[in-house]
Design a protein around this ligand. Sequence first.
Ligand SMILES: *Cc1c(COP(=O)(O)O)cnc(C)c1O
Length: 424
Amino acid sequence: MRAIDCFYAARQERYAWMQEELDDWDNGSRMRVLQVTRWLENGWMEREGKRLFNLASNHYLGLCPWLDEATLMNVKTDCFAAGEAGVRIGSGASRLVVGHDPLHAELEQDMANFKQRDRCLVFSSGYMANVGVISALVGRHDTVFSDRLNHASLIDGAVLSRAEHIRYSHRDMNRLEHSLRKWSGDRVTRHKGLIVTDGIFSMDGTVAPLEELVVLAERYGTMLMVDEAHSGGVYGVGGRGLCHAVGVHQRVDVVMGTFGKAFGAFGAYVAADEVLIRYLINRARTLVYSTGLPPLMAAIVRRRLREVQAADEARDRLIRHVALFRARLRAGGLHTGAGDSHIVPVLLGSDRHAVAAGQALAEAGVAGIAIRPPTVPEGSARIRFAPMASHQESDLIWAADQIVQVVGSLKEDATDESNESMFQ
Ligand SMILES: *Cc1c(COP(=O)(O)O)cnc(C)c1O
């Protein structure tokens, strides 16, 4: 045997535990794989040579997913106007070193105006923002209160902060207040509390009770952080977000959002008071120790921001599309959960059932992806559908009918309807 083969064989042996776990996931309908996907016009896509109606993206407003000539020209103009020698591709360093480009500064100013807060700080992704912000704001002696259905990045931020992590049941303000009361009775004065919540919950489409959260944070003297990943660009005047729509944007300590979803680009922002942003610049490790967002992307996002602000028609269309789509699924007898936002889950229960539904839907020409634990709680596997403003109404109606048919026919064969009760 050649030396290289020996090394390979030895590694295979050492990796046996991985293979075992992969086999388990495969048998339990929990295997995840990458599938090459080509985006097409009008919210369609192509996968494995098959044309599919794309109901699985977060590109809610349906802004053009491609960098067209006009945008490229605008980006160049903006870069020259900012005094750049050209369109710079990479930051070349952490923004704290020599990576803070004029385009970052401009984007942060535009975003601060948009969010009507002192200051904004741009991160390279929403995941990085959440992990960086939470681990900067709280530490070992502090407490994070988070909704049980919060996004993984918020959970990871809490874990990394080493703070005590108290998870309250979904949107249950009584549970939260109970924990807050106990915490405020026990705590040493200088220990901090932070409540974190998704604005719109990513896998359920439910809406956080922001007014009540603001009141509780004020009453118990904790900070409040709202993740607008799914609501930014979609809700509020000009797409300013859910905090604006509800009128609490000045009362939330940290409003965070991503440019990866409705904006259809990449990167993320945090909007807050000047002092909090200055603190993050010094302490958010995902900002300090990582290369800044590409200036190219900052320039693209600035242009996107204008498009998002001007997208009232797309927002109206999205709301109409979702109402139509959800009503049709419900009329077909499907469980679409408790939410009424632009995210429409169809709750199926077992992983096997969700995977089978995803496959049958793909056969029928609809891309809706099975979401399984640990992304969602055990026994609540589902397909998450997200209509886009760029979809055609006739396509949406057709897709809803396919979904009703596919899920209906699977239900008849299903033997393990393990969790009906949790859908009530
Ligand atoms: C997608 C998402 C994020 C992460 O944002 P990225 O920019 O994709 O890293 C954070 N929070 C929530 C609720 C999300 O859905």
